[in-house]
Design a binder for this molecule. Structure first.
Ligand SMILES: NC(=O)c1ccc[n+]([C@@H]2O[C@H](COP(=O)([O-])OP(=O)(O)OC[C@H]3O[C@@H](n4cnc5c(N)ncnc54)[C@H](OP(=O)(O)O)[C@@H]3O)[C@@H](O)[C@H]2O)c1
Length: 302
């Protein structure tokens, strides 16, 4: 019997996969909060493809309080999702934030209506092949990671018996910064150069990447992340093993002239650096340039 009321807000790559997987557990009563009506989602995983029935709402006024809100918009769209949270949340709700970046609590807290905000690191690849068709690819290790604490076990239990593996860590901040480090080079450099990961084979791009990473590592240390002395070099080395033809979400958003998630990535490094009085000129340059691109994209879209 479906006892847990869950709302998935945002039906993109990550939200689509989350909604499909959560719907596989008979204990979950899943509602999708989206901007278009989608009643059936095709879900690809490994060699399998299945059709999942969805209960979708497109009007926040129709939403009712839930036990769990799974927020899967891009970071810059949190404010636009506020009308959903307004209806979905009470002080008994937990909002799991499946987004890149850090500072999830600060970003979502103002719209949470007293609900608990649970940040989650997303490791799985969720690709939206069409508005009603998503594909899950596992990258390595856990698919999601949440910080150890009162809500962690109950969140992991939502995905029991589904293809999503949820890890729980007391070292969450360190993992959050490691993921952020990959994102502060991968996303802005592919977006600005309009080239896929193959651009990182250039030695000048590698030098720039190391500069961005070394700045961010110092900020991560100041924020309490247990990063290694050679973290920047090691991240870049791992990164160079990724497929040259792979793109990043900011690269695709840039090509499609959509607003960019830059404030949550290099912007988060710059904001944290300010708190500790640490200079971050390279991250600042990425932020300034991509904010200009993002604002132009937003203006173009009206
Ligand atoms: N995709 C990945 O593999 C991956 C991996 C790791 C981390 N992440 C992170 O996960 C987060 C989600 O990424 P994503 O790839 O799923 O993004 P996405 O494909 O762009 O999906 C975001 C979804 O949110 C919806 N949305 C935006 N504002 C909304 C609103 N006010 N009400 C309802 N729906 C709204 C969008 O609707 P429309 O379709 O109408 O625009 C879209 O369907 C990001 O922080 C990203 O960096 C993604």
């Amino acid at each position: 019997m479906a006892g847990r009321k869950i709302a998935v807000v945002g039906l993109g790559g990550i939200g689509g996969v989350a909604a499909a997987c959560l719907s596989l557990s008979p204990e979950n009563d899943v509602t999708v909060c989206a901007r278009r009506q989608i009643d059936t989602l095709t879900f690809d995983h490994h060699e399998d493809s299945s059709r999942i029935r969805l209960k979708t709402l497109t009007e926040p006024d129709m939403a009712e309080p839930v036990d769990w809100a799974i927020l899967c918009t891009k970071a810059q769209d949190v404010a636009s999702a506020a009308p959903w949270l307004e209806k979905l949340c009470t002080s008994k709700t937990t909002i799991a934030v499946l987004q890149n970046g850090i500072a999830h609590e600060e970003r979502v807290g103002p719209y949470a209506k007293g609900a608990t905000v649970l940040p989650a690191i997303v490791y799985y690849n969720g690709e939206r092949l069409a508005p009603d068709h998503v594909r899950l690819r596992h990258i390595s290790g856990h698919d999601l990671l949440v910080p150890a604490g009162p809500q962690a076990g109950a969140f992991a239990a939502l995905f029991d018996g589904t293809p999503i593996d949820v890890g729980i860590s007391a070292e969450f901040i360190t993992y959050q910064w490691r993921k952020l480090l990959v994102n502060v080079i991968a996303n802005p450099i592919t977006a600005l150069t309009r080239q896929r990961l193959g651009v990182f084979q250039r030695s000048d791009i590698q030098d720039l990447s190391l500069g961005i990473l070394r700045e961010a590592v110092v900020v991560g240390w100041a924020e309490g992340a247990q990063l290694r002395d050679n973290e920047a070099e090691s991240i870049l080395e791992t990164f160079l093993g990724y497929p040259a033809e792979a793109g990043t979400s900011m690269y695709f958003d840039c090509l499609a002239a959509r607003p960019l998630e830059i404030e949550a990535l290099n912007g988060a490094v710059v904001a944290a650096a300010r708190r500790h009085d640490i200079p971050t000129p390279l991250n600042g340059a990425m932020l300034t340039l991509l904010k200009a691109v993002s604002d132009a994209n937003a203006t173009e879209r009206g």
